[in-house]
Design a protein around this ligand. Sequence first.
Ligand SMILES: NC(=O)c1ccc[n+]([C@@H]2O[C@H](COP(=O)([O-])OP(=O)(O)OC[C@H]3O[C@@H](n4cnc5c(N)ncnc54)[C@H](OP(=O)(O)O)[C@@H]3O)[C@@H](O)[C@H]2O)c1
Length: 279
Amino acid sequence: MESPIDSGVVLITGASSGIGRAVAHEVARRARALVLVARRKDRLDALRAELAAARPELTVLVFGCDVTDRAAVDALLRAVAAEVGQVDVLVNNAGFGDVGVFDLSEWSRTEQMIALNVTSLAYFTHRLVVPMVSRGRGAIANVSSGFGLTFGPGMASYIGTKHFVTSFTEALRIDLAGTGVRVTQVCPGPVQTEFNEVAGNFTGLEPPALLSISPERCARSLVRAVDRGRALVVPGLVAWFVVYLGVLCPRWLLRLAYWPIARALRKKQLAVRGAPAPP
Ligand SMILES: NC(=O)c1ccc[n+]([C@@H]2O[C@H](COP(=O)([O-])OP(=O)(O)OC[C@H]3O[C@@H](n4cnc5c(N)ncnc54)[C@H](OP(=O)(O)O)[C@@H]3O)[C@@H](O)[C@H]2O)c1
């Protein structure tokens, strides 16, 4: 069966950098139209110019939009329908993390993260999946995380949001069985993007190079997963191994292993804040 990417309308949230930007490049030679969404419109404009130069017949719409703003998303979807018609492929990619133990994190940031990683993803899906089901064609591709399958220290809210994405996507795939709409997710380990910087990683530690993959590699995996109708992919061989090691490892062993890491993280976080370390 033909992939909905071919000659389709592909909407990508978080297209101004990292994985979303790489997905835009990856699908640009096959789609009829791309809809690029993120807050930094200058970056989207630059990306549109690049894509249009490479393939002038491609229609590229850009929307500088905070996707947690419901009214702005509704206006955006009306404009998309008027300009290019129905969306064939939704790539729910916009998201961010927040490094630190939960009790020392800022509530406002946690709330924004849940609004973006969870609510906005579910809202886009609900708005766009209804016409897909009526047409019997389309795809939802969600960018979750290896943390959607396991857990670890110092990112409780982020990990919670990605568990929502992973379970939601699996369950949605079952709900949409037989409708002609594909549902897939990519659960990457570390990807070399702006993610770490945005997550406020104060530890000074970077993910091991062996484990990290490029956003282009991640984007290729996502596109291949949509083409093949795969349910879930973890891109990168080493990341795949580490993620599934975490999944298969007994939970009590993971808790034991993560305990000292979380304590060290708390000390470091308090030191960075200039507060006294716990005994
Ligand atoms: N990098 C990793 O190690 C890694 C690993 C696993 C999963 N992921 C997931 O991959 C996805 C993409 O992240 P990335 O690694 O590519 O990070 P990134 O380079 O920071 O990209 C995040 C994208 O989300 C957009 N965004 C953030 N808040 C937004 C908002 N309120 N409204 C609209 N767009 C918003 C950003 O654009 P603006 O700032 O211009 O709005 C940017 O385009 C995320 O869901 C992340 O959780 C990343």
